[in-house]
Ligand binder design. Structure first.
Ligand code: NAP
Length: 264
């Protein structure tokens, strides 16, 4: 897809991964519709980006009114690509998560991108080469202790992406799923970073994730994209032989419980 002068909606624009994607898209001449709740961070991002035809939309995507604001801007500009990157995470053993936190996480990570996609799809479908990219996670394919609700949200997003891609296979709209592994952003609490260090779990730079997203945008592949070795391999092993992953994660459980309890 040639993104020069195209309007692109980027949710989660002020996040670690969102900012890295925004920089690359603006360097390549795209016009961005940047969505997030924090006005100051969104204004700071607008200031640093190349190009002067970007829009900032302050919106809580879990609210119908917030999504409506995005739609209103897109009615004026048109939209060629929607990147659903907004997301939250909570590292907590399941029995400790509050019902409100569970609901909030599922609303932001799963329901909001589904509803926003439905609202913008008629506009994207008007394009010769329309695109939707959902940012998932390795945890959308591998259930991991301490992240049950987050995993549920990303498994759901992956299923939604796959079904919609197949539903739109005979149209001009292409639907993709990009699954980063752990990445150094504010999404991960100090406890998660310390736990990853102890377990030897690699964490990527957001710029690397943005590069992978740019490859998906430029390319024509219709398959999901998983970032990082050995995570790509673990996704396949988990699908074919889940018992092997069960055993290996069982050995990590005491460490995971300690960090979830410690909340350093
Ligand atoms: N970091 C990782 O380790 C990792 C790994 C795999 C996948 N991912 C996925 O990558 C995506 C980006 O993550 P990140 O690491 O960049 O996270 P981040 O740095 O915490 O940024 C999250 C972004 O989502 C926005 N957001 C959160 N709730 C929102 C709401 N209700 N309405 C509108 N915007 C909202 C935040 O902006 P405001 O707070 O201003 O609204 C922010 O721009 C997420 O989908 C995440 O699940 C991340």
């Amino acid at each position: 897809m040639d993104i020069r002068d195209k309007y692109i909606v980027l949710t989660g624009a002020t996040g670690g991964i969102g900012r890295a994607i925004a920089r690359k898209l603006s360097n390549d001449g795209a016009r961005l519709i940047l969505v997030a709740r924090n006005e100051q961070r969104l204004a700071a991002l607008m200031d640093e980006l190349r190009g002067d035809d970007h829009r900032a939309v302050f919106a809580d995507l879990s609210q119908a009114r917030g999504r409506q604001r995005v739609l209103e801007v897109c009615h004026m500009t048109g939209v060629s690509l929607l990147i659903n990157a907004a997301g939250i995470n909570e590292f907590e053993m399941f029995e400790k998560q509050s019902p409100d936190d569970i609901q909030n996480l599922l609303e932001i990570n799963l329901l909001s991108p589904i509803l926003l996609t439905q609202e913008l799809l008629p506009l994207i479908a008007q394009q010769q080469d329309g695109r939707i990219i959902n940012i998932g996670s390795t945890f959308g394919s591998i259930g991991y202790p301490g992240f049950s609700t987050y995993c549920a949200s990303k498994f759901g997003l992956r299923g939604f992406t796959e079904a919609l891609r197949r539903e739109l296979a005979d149209t001009n709209t292409r639907v993709s799923y990009v699954a980063p592994r752990a990445t150094r952003t504010d999404l991960n609490s100090d406890s998660v970073v310390a736990m990853n260090d102890e377990l030897g779990t690699a964490m990527d730079d957001p710029a690397l994730v943005a590069n992978e997203v740019m490859q998906v945008i430029r390319g024509s592949s219709r398959t999901d994209k998983y970032i990082g070795w050995p995570e790509k391999l673990f996704v396949r092993v988990n699908a074919l032989f889940p018992g092997i992953v069960d055993n290996s994660l069982r050995k990590q459980l005491p460490t995971i419980r300690r960090f979830a309890r410690g909340k350093i």
